[in-house]
Design a protein around this ligand. Structure first.
Ligand code: RP5
Length: 167
């Protein structure tokens, strides 16, 4: 487990039940050579821990927070309200919820002045949260910017090859 003091990216999720989907986010960051700090913190069930995490994140050296939750997903917003770090919100389709639409609206509809960069629901969003975090970090990191360019080239190549294969 990587400490919050030794990585630029923290992934926070509302429940251990979110882990399955958020593994795609962890793996994508690892592919870029970033080992994220991973925490389970609930805006509703452990609000004090959420506040403490947000208050200390920048001091600990975190540069980007990825916050994932399902149902009435207030985690990303609650963290964003207590930090000036960029917060990326991943809405999840939790069991017993509304297929992620509940989480999407709860995450994306932030009041003016407190943005949460909200990505797609579920696995695609989890992966994109990692890529977006890398894009933010790459602004000040040439090595990472190179890896990002290679990643984009590789995914373009895949599409072009598929296109050629059906001609
Ligand atoms: C949210 O409620 C969590 O992020 C999770 O997606 C959902 C359900 O949590 P559990 O009841 O599975 O712990 O806060």
């Amino acid at each position: 487990m990587v400490s919050e003091k030794s990585t630029p990216v923290a992934i926070v999720m509302g429940s251990h039940s979110d882990m399955d989907v958020m593994k795609s986010c962890i793996r994508q960051l690892e592919d870029f050579g970033i080992e994220p700090a991973v925490r389970i913190i609930s805006a509703h069930r452990t609000p004090d821990v959420a506040a403490q995490f947000a208050d200390n994140a920048a001091k600990n050296g975190i540069k980007v927070i990825i916050a994932a939750a399902g149902m009435a997903a207030h985690l990303a917003g609650a963290l964003a309200g207590r930090t000036t770090l960029p917060v990326i919100g991943v809405p999840l389709a939790a069991k017993g919820g509304l297929d992620g639409i509940d989480a999407l609206l709860s995450t994306v509809q932030m009041p003016p002045g407190v943005p949460v960069a909200t990505v797609a629901i579920g696995k695609a969003g989890a992966k994109n949260a990692a890529v977006l975090a890398v894009q933010i970090l790459a602004l000040g990191d040439e090595k990472l910017a190179k890896k990002l360019a290679q990643f984009k080239d590789a995914q373009a190549k895949k599409v072009i090859e598929k296109d050629a294969s059906i001609q």
